[in-house]
Design a protein around this ligand. Structure first.
Ligand code: HEC
Length: 132
């Protein structure tokens, strides 16, 4: 006759493991939110290149590959080099849209909801510095 004691606490272990797993999911979600907050504060100090990429400018202005859609920024810089009013003129062109300056292809107006005034000025200053 064996009278071995049964370890009742064995049955508790899977529950503990499950709780540990769900805590780890909670931690991951919490870190996910922190990560998103860190990224949005990074976006507030985005470089002109990042602003232009986020605004979709580079879909048409990236360079030779996209030249059929819009003039590369380096060509725009070359064309307006040395013109003191270039930045203001181009600001208006982007806000109002442009057609016929470079070719048949029109550029749609880019509104402040898409790119703020400050961001657009930063992008234009940056593109005017580009060398071909
Ligand atoms: C769908 C394509 C497309 C997108 C997106 C686009 N552009 Fe353009 N862009 C063009 C085209 C095409 C022209 C040439 C228009 C013309 O010939 O007048 C142009 C012209 C320009 C010019 C020169 C205007 C002039 O008077 O010489 C600037 C500066 C410019 N774009 C900046 C931007 C910026 C900044 C963005 C993003 C906020 C942007 N573009 C987004 C297609 C685009």
């Amino acid at each position: 006759m064996s009278d071995e004691p049964v370890d009742r606490f064995d049955t508790v272990k899977p529950i503990g493991a499950f709780e540990e797993k769900s805590m780890s999911i909670v931690r991951h979600v919490a870190f996910g939110f922190l990560g998103a907050a860190a990224m949005s504060s990074a976006a507030a100090v985005a470089s002109p290149a990042e602003i232009a990429a986020n605004a979709g400018c580079m879909l048409c202005h990236a360079g030779k590959e996209t030249a059929a859609l819009g003039p590369p920024f380096s060509e725009i810089a070359a064309r307006y080099a040395g013109q003191s009013e270039a930045a203001d003129k181009l600001f208006v062109a982007v806000r109002e849209g442009s057609t016929g300056t470079w070719g048949e292809m029109p550029m749609m107006p880019v509104y402040p909801e898409q790119v703020s005034d400050d961001d657009l000025r930063a992008v234009i200053a940056w593109l005017l510095e580009q060398e071909s």
